[in-house]
Design a protein around this ligand. Structure first.
Ligand SMILES: *Cc1c(COP(=O)(O)O)cnc(C)c1O
Length: 370
């Protein structure tokens, strides 16, 4: 592929020495489990987000699952999640013994809104997982207000949105800092990617943070004394060292992604059959994906492939229509926006190291014949 959807080798080349040194630091210490790099990364991220606690864990999926298990929820309680998101958002709810209740999304931003969440409310709804999809935050002011009015736990799935911000009442707020819990992923394709799986939970609730720290090490503060049944979901020390080396570059990378997005926006403005993503005026988008809606999506994707250009379909099947959730009783037609998006979305290369020449090739392949 001449222009891949994401080029991790290109990123690695720009800071290889720093990354190699970070890995070797842990190798030389032979301290692989928790320890200094994990603690420092937790402190650095808590500070950056403006939250009291950041708790490293094994993956973004566990960063959703552990809080759902730590909260005072009863088996079968309803948790609202978007119908249009990565599977883990709803899978974590299911695996916590809770019932995913789907909400539709806004067709222009791909995110849930206070209105679509309100429409999904049931008498058993106890929590909402809001996803900031593709790197743009959902409209949090009205969502926080709704959650407070209804007494719902609010979890932000910030797996794709580290560094994204939203201006609320004149103040910039970080993605993952507005709910009771924020869930981050450092899967290699995210904007801050580890050399494998890793995740982080953020919260400013002391008691919840305490439960989460126990849950990630089999439910005890002290070895071999278990207050609850937890699991092994620690953030690996090598991953923490890699992430600490990458963190100072995160904002530069986000700016490069944003510049690439702006070039696409300009090239696609007014183009027949292609809708660039809408950025809400209060948002700083970090473009984990640059996702357009295309009427002849599959043909366009074919043209890209012929031209040696990678692209992605996130996501081809909305979650209410997944086979594994058939017993929840949803049907086609329940969430028309999510269903339409599944047939129209196309994500294009937007990674920071994408060159101007590469981007020109993407643009010409998308615009050709329109
Ligand atoms: C990647 C992702 C997750 C899961 O993160 P992992 O680290 O891969 O487990 C959860 N939610 C969303 C929206 C994601 O994009």
């Amino acid at each position: 592929m001449d222009v891949p959807l994401l080029d991790l080798q290109a990123q690695y080349r720009t800071i290889a020495e720093e990354l190699d040194a970070a890995v070797m630091d842990v190798v030389r210490s032979q301290r692989f489990v928790l320890g200094e790099h994990v603690e420092r990364l937790e402190a650095e991220l808590a500070e950056r987000l403006g939250v009291v606690h950041a708790i490293g864990c094994a993956s973004g999926t566990d960063a959703l699952l552990l809080p759902l298990r730590a909260l005072d929820l009863a088996p079968g309680d309803h948790v609202i999640v978007p119908a249009f998101t990565f599977f883990a958002t709803a899978g974590a709810v299911w695996n916590a013994g809770l019932r995913p209740v789907f909400a539709d999304v806004d067709p222009r931003t791909f995110n849930v809104t206070a209105e679509t969440i309100a429409a999904a409310m049931t008498p058993r709804t106890r929590a909402v997982v809001v996803v900031h999809l593709f790197g743009q935050m959902a409209p949090m002011a009205p969502i926080v207000e709704l959650a407070e009015a209804r007494g719902l736990h609010l979890i932000e799935d910030a797996a794709q949105s580290i560094g994204a911000r939203q201006r609320i009442r004149g103040e910039w707020r970080e993605s993952g800092s507005l709910g009771l819990v924020g869930s981050l992923s450092f899967f290699p394709t995210k904007n801050l990617g580890a050399f494998g799986d890793a995740g982080m939970i953020t919260t400013s609730d002391d008691a919840l943070a305490d439960r989460l720290r126990k849950l990630r090490v089999h439910g005890g503060r002290q070895m071999y004394h278990h207050e609850m049944v937890g699991t092994n979901s620690r953030l690996d020390a090598i991953q923490a060292a890699v992430l600490r080396a990458k963190l100072p570059h995160l904002d530069t990378w986000a700016t490069a992604r944003r510049d690439n997005a702006t070039r696409y926006d300009e090239a696609f403005a007014g183009l027949d059959g292609v809708s660039p993503p809408l950025v809400a005026p209060e948002n700083d988008h970090v473009y984990n994906q640059y996702t357009v809606r295309v009427e002849d999506r599959d043909a366009t994707r074919g043209r890209l492939e012929e031209a040696g250009i990678g692209s992605g379909i996130y996501y081809p099947v909305p979650l209410h229509l997944q086979q594994c959730f058939s017993e929840l009783g949803y049907a086609r037609g329940d969430f028309p926006v999510s269903e339409r998006l599944a047939g129209e979305v196309l994500s294009l290369p937007v990674y920071p190291e994408l060159t101007g020449a590469q981007q020109d090739r993407v643009i010409s392949a998308v615009t050709r014949g329109r």
